[in-house]
Design a protein. Structure first.
Length: 148
């Protein structure tokens, strides 16, 4: 996906310019790298993955039932992107699990919502969503594992 749908559509210079606008205080060496993927362009070149058609970058509009499920602590695909993608999906259900990171399927509630969507795409069971809470956060010795 990265090598066919992202890298060919943006030059390194365009990527750097966008990074500078978004994060003007970060050094060029940081901004020149894709987040979490420092060798992506070189890898894509070595793999020789063909560029996807331009249409892959167009907005998807659909009335197919769609589940956009995210975790509020997802550092890879933030919850805002589920809401964003659902804007043009008229029969979408948007779910955000509080305190969950990337991989919502790996939580009991996430698995339940996903399974219920497969069972009934028009009416997934989202009742557990309001019960999902972030783990308590503690600072100092109360939050440290001292091994005792």
């Amino acid at each position: 996906m990265w090598c066919s749908e992202w890298v060919p559509f943006e030059t390194p210079q365009e990527q750097l310019a966008k990074g500078r606008r978004a994060f003007p205080e970060l050094p060029r060496s940081v901004l020149a790298q894709a987040p979490q993927l420092p060798f992506l362009r070189q890898a894509c070149q070595a793999w020789n993955v063909p560029k996807a058609p331009d249409s892959v970058r167009e907005v998807t509009r659909s009335s197919i039932p769609t589940l956009a499920i995210s975790g509020s602590f997802d550092a890879q695909t933030g919850a805002q992107w589920g809401r964003y993608a659902a804007r043009t999906l008229s029969r979408s259900t948007v779910v955000t699990l509080a305190g969950v990171a990337h991989g919502t399927y790996d939580t009991p509630c996430g698995a339940k919502v996903i399974t219920s969507f497969f069972d009934d795409p028009e009416h997934p069971d989202t009742r557990c969503v309001k019960t999902v809470k972030p783990a308590p956060f503690a600072i100092g010795s109360e939050g440290a594992d001292t091994g005792e």
